[in-house]
Design a protein around this ligand. Sequence first.
Ligand SMILES: *Cc1c(COP(=O)(O)O)cnc(C)c1O
Length: 500
Amino acid sequence: MLFVSTRGQTGKVSAAHAIKEGLAGDGGLFVPQSFPYFSLETILGMHALPYEQFAAKILSYFLTDYTADELTECAAAAYAAGKFGPDPAPLRKVGERTDVLELWHGPTMAFKDIALQILPHLMTKAQEKTGSDTRIVILAATSGDTGKAALEGFEDVPGTEIIVFYPENGVSPVQKLQMVTQPGKNTKVFGIRGNFDDAQRGVKDIFSDESLENELKDCGWVFSSANSINWGRLAPQITYYFKAYADAVASERIKPGERIIFAVPTGNFGDILAGYYAKKMGLPVKQFICASNSNNVLTDFVNTGVYDKNRVLNKTVSPSMDILVSSNLERLLFDLTENDAAQVAAWMKQLNTVGKYQVSKDVAEQVRELFFAAWIDEQETVDAIGRVHNDFEYLIDPHTAVAWRAAEKYRLLSGDDSYIVVLSTASPFKFCKTVLEGIGKAAGLNENDPFEAAHRLAEETESTVPAQVTALESMPILHKDVIAAEEMAQYIKKTLEIIK
Ligand SMILES: *Cc1c(COP(=O)(O)O)cnc(C)c1O
């Protein structure tokens, strides 16, 4: 399988190459030239496989330059029970016709672990395969969860350095603590004065800065990305859509072949795009619910065909979705235009210059057929947490609540009682304050002490504080730098000891 750029200005490359580079040289994203198609029988048959074998099997269709043994080895290292518990993606029965896919059982309590635990293994193998003796610098801009999950995945991986940038005031206290206490000889974390988009734009600019690239190359370094623009990050996410379906059939929640709906809390459009690819590969999906918070660029896009990032970025209780530019949408547009790279490149250029573009009528119609989009405000999010806890004795985090509420809106508007799987992307213990507000137990909480909130949440819900949170209480703060977005390149060079 070879990979092409969504902007069409680079040659075809192997999976190893695409994973090592992250972003294509023309600024586009790598996509596979074609997609495999699975019969229903094959999909249901995968139910019997342990998660790591399931994952290795899906990856084997895209990463054809990796041997089956290599993929099994990568997946086994990534999805060990010590890291994820017995099942990395359990499907919980919650409502009458609405269940929840819990994707946060990994080391950092966010769904991003599922991709970022395996990416470093895929990347070091890619280095071997491309015969490269350069060292990799991973750069990640994070709205909270990517940063920690990437740090955790790459910590002390030989031949790599990882540098993470987060918006200083745009992440939750637990998220921030998780990052600034990150150990590892090859890890570095910077706060950015600005929002997530400032951090993401900074990273993108650095990736397209040729003189910086050459300067690094001379010192034996090459950039790569752990953001969901990397194919090695996106592909592992396809697995859990198939698994959720196979599990729902096995537990007789649905009939074999029944078309279902996935509700996805969406930011950079990576998670939901993996679902779209699963559908393209034969999974019986009726529609995707694209759920946003008040940063509702995608809701408007689905409803009007106009993508317009010219608006103020709101800070919300679901910070991992506080995004105005959803990078992976570019891959969807490439697919829906039947790989019209020139068209995609033109839209992306407009996005860069005037901050908006309008897709063709045909593409807009396809988007509306595939996706139902809704955005959820702060109060609705908090209320949904309380209602789900009340009605089902089940605790969800604010991101999951956004998707849950969007699914409710879909049912109200459409009258459709199709089976819905809500993707749960973070543990409620990552966002204790908001969850406590949701269940009506936040009175008198000390805003600045994340641990007080965690202990109270555990008490009120008769659960235990996850070990990942209690461990933070005694970890020293190792990363204190806060810098301006314009200073990112300079601090990268300092970290790599290229300049003093
Ligand atoms: C990253 C993240 C999302 C958004 O996922 P995308 O792939 O960026 O759309 C949603 N919820 C949580 C908790 C996240 O960490």
